[in-house]
Design a protein around this ligand. Structure first.
Ligand code: ATP
Length: 510
């Protein structure tokens, strides 16, 4: 389903609304509606259980969003959390210089892919894409252009050379995607942290930041957690919470927001063992995505060539969003950079005494960091489908269905009396609903014909619909309809809660 329809489906059924919509919204901020929060809660649960519940050596934390301003000096965010910004003087639009250059490269790559697709069609089964890319003259030239643009850009970014970026944009003759103009301003650095004032203290002294990542709350609490839980290395601290970034260009719905939620785990290890643990978490995190049913062809690793100042290895898990493969999660080997900087700036030791080796050291850290909202978007974009199914009369009809994994589906079951004006049916259905509601989130619906009620449940991804009919009154059985197979079975009322719970539990995928 196309991206626009996905966004309107999310609004129509109460998954996501634009923030403060009656005032025409606030750019790049969204509100989660009644079904959205259920889905989001389930995603967080899946992450939390996989991390904290399943690992004896991972514990949780919920640190404050506000932190001492020195935190962000130590972490490098005050000095280096910048994006290169450029304005177009004609359209007055603002862009990230690196994204303009990447856009230039993507356009050329699209042309290459067109040629590849054509050739694949022509040569059929005998087609070897790798060989074709390496030998076709036109593709080689185009690939050279891409490599030149990206390599030069990366070098300038590394050197903090804003003038170089501007010259590259001019040299590549990159135009404003909106108006086509090449009338650009200089490129300048823009810090992505939001700031505000603490209490009644005016000026620089009272300036504090909204955290741009949850990780630092974990680092500054490293010893508090380690001592209070008596954990031995290697051990991890997990946290879910809001983060804020004043993104220059925020778009693509909830993919890039200025206020978003992260699910981060920092794993503290003995120096020297970090690459082993980095590999472990790289595998484990990919498996986590597969276990919830994300197909393999929608996931890929993207190893970083350009490492951040704090990392000695880094990879993204990318997901195939409706607008292409993009970062969903990052796994970084962060060395001892953060703990060491905090130790230096605070003057407080952040060391671990290793009883096995009888020595103290600053641990190394492997981080897994995933955006909750991006995970939400990935699951919604996978789930939402339109398909042709037989209707009640056996004729073909189209239905909109969200095929969430049952463990994260916002509503697990719907209870539907066949007719709303038959008191006995309503009473029996209410009894079933009351029994079920203590186990799972369920809905009671008696309005409209049964077929339409099924369609409403399909549209929000409810795995099971339970219908109470006249046979129910005779033999205490109900029909249970499966969202995906459309199969209907009769089961006993006393088994309903168990069948639904057993099939919707997270246990099977942990
Ligand atoms: P990007 O390159 O897309 O800006 P990043 O590399 O800056 O992302 P990290 O700092 O590694 O992101 O943050 C970890 C995770 O937080 C990302 O993998 C992503 O899922 C999520 N995330 C980061 N920025 C945003 C945002 N503006 N809106 C929503 N999620 C975000």
């Amino acid at each position: 389903m196309d991206f626009k329809n996905l966004i309107s489906h999310c609004k129509e059924y109460g998954f996501i609304f634009p923030s403060s919509e009656i005032y025409d919204g606030l750019s790049a901020t969204y509100d989660y509606g009644p079904l959205g929060i259920e889905l989001k809660k389930n995603i967080k649960d899946y992450w939390w259980k996989s991390m904290v519940q399943m690992h004896q050596n991972i514990v949780g934390l919920d640190a404050a969003i506000f932190m001492h301003p020195k935190t962000w000096k130590a972490s490098g965010h005050v000095d280096a959390f910048n994006d290169p910004l450029i304005d177009n003087k004609d359209s007055k639009k603002r862009y990230r210089a690196d994204q303009l250059i990447e856009g230039y490269a993507e356009k050329i790559e699209a042309k290459i892919q067109k040629d590849v697709a054509k050739a694949a069609k022509k040569f059929g089964d005998a087609f070897d894409e790798k060989q074709f890319r390496e030998t076709n003259g036109r593709i080689i030239d185009r690939q050279k252009k891409i490599d030149y643009a990206i390599d030069t850009m990366n070098q300038h970014l590394k050197d903090g050379n804003m003038e170089g970026l501007k010259n590259l944009i001019d040299e590549l003759e990159i135009v404003d995607p909106e108006g086509g103009s090449r009338n650009w301003t200089e490129v300048r650095q823009f810090n992505l942290m939001f700031s505000t004032q603490l209490g009644a203290i005016a000026g620089e002294e009272g300036k504090i930041y909204l955290r741009p990542e949850t990780a630092q709350g974990i680092f500054v609490n490293f010893l508090n957690v380690q001592k209070s839980t008596r954990q031995k290395l290697p051990f991890g601290i997990a946290q879910i919470g809001k983060a804020f970034r004043n993104e220059i260009v925020a778009r693509q719905f909830i993919f890039r927001m200025r206020e978003f939620e992260q699910m981060e785990m920092q794993f503290f290890v003995k120096p020297g063992s970090e690459i082993k643990w980095y590999d472990y978490w790289k595998q484990t995190r990919l498996q986590w995505h597969k276990s919830i049913g994300t197909p393999e062809d929608h996931l890929r690793y993207h190893d970083h060539d350009n490492l951040a100042h704090y990392a000695n290895a880094a990879v993204d898990i990318e997901f195939k969003f409706p607008f292409g493969f993009r970062e969903l999660e990052g796994i970084h080997s962060r060395t001892d950079f953060d703990l060491k900087s905090h130790q230096e700036l605070s003057g407080k030791k952040l060391q671990y005494f290793d009883p096995a080796d009888n020595e103290s050291y600053v641990p190394y850290v492997v981080e897994t960091s995933i955006g909750c909202d991006r995970m939400f978007l990935s699951q919604v974009s996978l789930a939402l489908q339109e398909e042709t199914v037989p209707d009640a009369d056996g004729k073909d009809s189209t239905r909109t269905v969200m095929k969430f994994h049952p463990a994260i589906a916002p509503v697990k079951a719907a209870v539907l009396p066949l007719l709303k004006n038959k008191e006995e049916l309503v009473k029996a259905a209410t009894d079933v609903f009351d029994k079920l509601k203590g186990h799972v989130i369920c809905q009671y619906d008696e309005k409209d014909a049964i077929g339409r009620r099924y369609r409403r449940q399909d549209a929000i991804g409810t795995p099971y619909s339970i219908t109470i009919d006249f046979d129910t009154l005779e033999d205490n059985t109900v029909t249970i309809r499966d969202r995906d197979t459309l199969e209907q079975k009769r089961i006993k009322i006393e088994d309903v809660a168990k069948v639904v719970s057993d099939n919707c539990t997270m246990n099977t995928i942990l």
